[in-house]
Design a protein around this ligand. Structure first.
Ligand code: 13P
Ligand code: 13P
Ligand code: MG
Ligand code: MG
Ligand code: MG
Length: 367
C-alpha cells in the first residue's frame, strides 16, 4: 500500500483579528472534501491552529499533484469568499495570487507532503503551528531524530541505531545540503540553530527497514513574506512525522515539545516568544496575539484511511510546559520593544519596520 499524505495550510481570514479559523471554514472544507473522496482523495481531516486551517489529505496521486493541490486551492478560494462576505480579518491573507497553474507551492499556502509505503503499523503525527515561521520545527526534529537525551531509541533500538539523514534548506539562497547524524551532528547544529536554515525532510539511513529515499518527516518551508515581498503575516508551518518500529516512539516524538522553546513570530511577526503545545480546543491566539501555539494530531494510516485523530497535546502531561510558556511570556513581554523580545534587524526586514526606517532616513546626520 503506497499512499501520499499531503498537509496543505492557509490563513484565509479569521474571526476577531488573527485569532481563530471560523467553524464555517472547516465545515465548507469538509463538505468539499467529502465530495472528493474516491474521486481525488482517499480520506481527509480538517483542523486548525489559530487563524490557519490545515487540510490533511490521504491519496494515491503523489506529491505536487494538480488535482490535489487544485482541491485545496478551491477550498481556500471559497473560504476567502466567505471571509470577504463576513468582513473577517485578513480575508485571503495567504493567497498571494489569483492565478492557479496546478501547484499551490509558492502561492502563499504552506505544503508538507510525503509518499510512503505503509508499514504493517503506521502511526503518524501532523503538527501545525500558528504565529511563527518555517524553521520553527528545527528544534523538535533535532530532538526526535538526533538527540539520545530525548530519544533513547537512538541508543537502545538496533533498528534506529544507525541514525538519520537530514535534508536542510537554505531558503535565502535556494540551496540544500544532506547531513547525517550522528557523525555530522555538530555541522547539523551549526546550521539549524539558525532559522535561516530549515529542516525540510528527514530520511532513514542504509540498514534501516524503511528505504533510504522514503522520508520519515517533512515540513512546510514556504516563506510567505519573502514570496509576497512585504509583511502579510507569518508562515505558520505544518509538519508530518512518522513514528515507531525503527523511528522515534510516539512518546519520543511528543517529548520534543515538552520544552517551550523560543520561536519568532507572535505579535506582528516582530517578536520572539515560547511555543506552547495545546489541544485543538485551545488552539487560538489571544495574549499579545499568541503566544505561538502548536497542535499535534495522531493518526494510524491503513487501508486508505486515516484512523483518528487523537489530539495529542490534550493532556495534563503538558500542563507544566504550558505554565512554563506563560511564565516565559510574562518575562519576555516586559522587554516591550527591546531585543531579544523584538526580533533582530535582520529578521525585521520582513516586517513593516523598514517603512518607518525609510521615513527617518533623511534625518540622520554625520557624527
Ligand atoms: P507498550 O509496551 O505499551 O507496547 O510500549 C512499548 C514502548 O516501547 C513504549 O515506548
Ligand atoms: P498570522 O500570521 O497568524 O496571520 O498573524 C499575523 C500577525 O501579525 C499577528 O499579530
Ligand atoms: Mg492571520
Ligand atoms: Mg496564523
Ligand atoms: Mg496569517
Amino acid at each position: 500500500e503506497k499512499v501520499t499524505i499531503s498537509v496543505i495550510k492557509a490563513d484565509t481570514g479569521s474571526l476577531v483579528g488573527n485569532h481563530i479559523v471560523p467553524p464555517i471554514f472547516e465545515e465548507t472544507a469538509e463538505d468539499i472534501l467529502e465530495d472528493s473522496v474516491d474521486e481525488i482523495i482517499l480520506d481527509y481531516h480538517v483542523t486548525h491552529v489559530g487563524d490557519d486551517m490545515s487540510l490533511i489529505l490521504l491519496h494515491n496521486k503523489g506529491e505536487d499533484n494538480p488535482e490535489v493541490h487544485g482541491l485545496a486551492w478551491k477550498i481556500f478560494q471559497k473560504t476567502t469568499k466567505i471571509a470577504k462576505d463576513m468582513g473577517l480579518y485578513g480575508a485571503g491573507e495567504d493567497l498571494l495570487s489569483e492565478d492557479f497553474k496546478g501547484n499551490i507551492k509558492n502561492m502563499g499556502p504552506g505544503v508538507a507532503e510525503m509518499t510512503i509505503n505503509v508499514r504493517q503499523t503506521e502511526p503518524i503525527f501532523v503538527f501545525a503551528a500558528d504565529k511563527t515561521e518555517a524553521g520553527a520545527f528545527n528544534y523538535p526534529l533535532f530532538q526526535m531524530f538526533a538527540n539520545p537525551f530525548n530519544t533513547p531509541g537512538l541508543i537502545i533500538d538496533p533498528a534506529m541505531h544507525m541514525g538519520f539523514k537530514f535534508e536542510i534548506w537554505d531558503l535565502d539562497n535556494h540551496k540544500k545540503i544532506y547531513l547525517s547524524a550522528p557523525e555530522d551532528l555538530y555541522d547539523i547544529l551549526s546550521l539549524i540553530g539558525s532559522i535561516k536554515y530549515v529542516i525540510k525532510r528527514i530520511y532513514p539511513r542504509q540498514g534501516h527497514k524503511i528505504p533510504e529515499n522514503e522520508p520519515v518527516a517533512v515540513t512546510s518551508t514556504e516563506r510567505l513574506n519573502a514570496e509576497a515581498g512585504k509583511y502579510v503575516g507569518k508562515d505558520d508551518p505544518v509538519m508530518i512525522v512518522r513514528s515507531q518500529k525503527g523511528l522515534p516512539a510516539a512518546g519520543e516524538v511528543l517529548e520534543a515539545f515538552s520544552f517551550p522553546y523560543m520561536v519568532d513570530g507572535w505579535m506582528r511577526g516582530f517578536h520572539w516568544g515560547p511555543l506552547m503545545p495545546v489541544s485543538v480546543k485551545d488552539a487560538k491566539a489571544t495574549r499579545f496575539d499568541g503566544p505561538a501555539r502548536v497542535i499535534s494530531l495522531g493518526f494510524q494510516v491503513k487501508n486508505g484511511k486515516l484512523y483518528g485523530p487523537e489530539d495529542m497535546f490534550d493532556d495534563p502531561a503538558f500542563d507544566l510546559t504550558r505554565n512554563k510558556a506563560m511564565e516565559i511570556t510574562d518575562y519576555i513581554r516586559r522587554h516591550g520593544p527591546f531585543e531579544p523580545h523584538r526580533v533582530s534587524s535582520e529578521l525585521a526586514q520582513y516586517t513593516t519596520l523598514p517603512k518607518i526606517l525609510e521615513k527617518l532616513k533623511d534625518r540622520f546626520q554625520d557624527i
